[in-house]
Each structure stands twice: as C-alpha cells, then as structure tokens.
Design a protein around this ligand. Sequence first.
Ligand code: HEC
Length: 140
Amino acid sequence: MNQWVPPMTTVHIPVKIFTQLLPVAGYCLVSFAQVACAQGDPARGALAWQKNCTECHTVEKDDTGPRHAGLVGRRAGSVPGFEYSAALKASNFTWDAALLDRWIANPSLLVPGQAMDFKMGDAAMRADIVAYLMTLRAPK
Ligand code: HEC
C-alpha cells in the first residue's frame, strides 16, 4: 500500500536536478529576448555584413541605405538628410539587438511600407550581423 511513497533519498535527487537545470533554462530565456538564444560572433558578422549589406550600406556614409555607425540606440528612420520611406520615418522605436534581428529577417513584417529590398532567413547569420552592428559606434 505504502510502496509508492519514495524514501527521502530518492526525493532529493529530482529536486537537486531541477535546481541545477534552472539556471540553464533562465539563461536561455534571457538570451532569447536578445538574439534568439544564439549569441552572435562579431568577427563572423563583419564578414557576413560585407557580403550582404554593403551593396547598399556603409558604416560612416549614407548610400542607398542609411549609415550603420551608431545604429544601436538610434531612433529608427532618424539619420538627418537621409530620405527614408514615410513608413520608417513615422515608426517610433529605437534600434536594439532584438529589433535589428527582426528587421534583417523581414523588414516589411516589422515596418510595413518600408523600402529596404532585402531579407535574411538564416538566424545564426543574423545573430552574427547584429553582434557586429553592436560594435559600430556613432562617430564623435
Ligand atoms: C538592396 C539594398 C539594401 C540592402 C542589401 C540592405 N539594406 Fe538596409 N536599408 C536599405 C534602405 C533603402 C533602407 C531605408 C529603408 C526605408 O527608408 O524604409 C535601409 C534601412 C536599414 C536600416 C534602418 C536604419 C535606420 O536608420 O533606421 C537598418 C538597420 C538596415 N537597413 C540594416 C541592414 C543590414 C544589417 C543589411 C544586411 C544584412 C541591410 N540593411 C541590407 C537598403 C538595403
């Protein structure tokens, strides 16, 4: 009858495993809010950026697209003198890692009516590019 009641020692084991796993789960959730659970590599990101973004963007100067220096922490659609789409100009948010990831994945999903003709399905490569973009400071 009482067979199902486990002795104290076997009760302790699952509790211990649970508390050991908790920090791992927490880490994943926290990172998820930033770059989809995968920390990007800025060096790999620099190469991927060269390949995918420099057709239209440079770091310091506006081109087909606005300059990328100082992107993180900048209000979207706010580089003075760059002719943004009405949609991006009217958007009201500041670039951070999570928003950049969503933008590169599918800009029209984030800002319908925007004018950047590009999207990237590869999440690992996006994480690398975002890690690189975060290293680009605004010029003084
Ligand atoms: C075919 C040209 C083209 C390519 C390739 C391209 N972009 Fe863009 N990008 C644009 C244009 C044009 C805009 C302005 C969009 C608007 O006004 O709606 C823009 C805007 C942006 C913005 C918004 C900046 C701001 O000031 O708000 C970010 C961020 C961005 N691009 C990142 C990237 C990244 C990262 C890549 C490479 C993975 C990339 N773009 C590739 C043309 C391009």
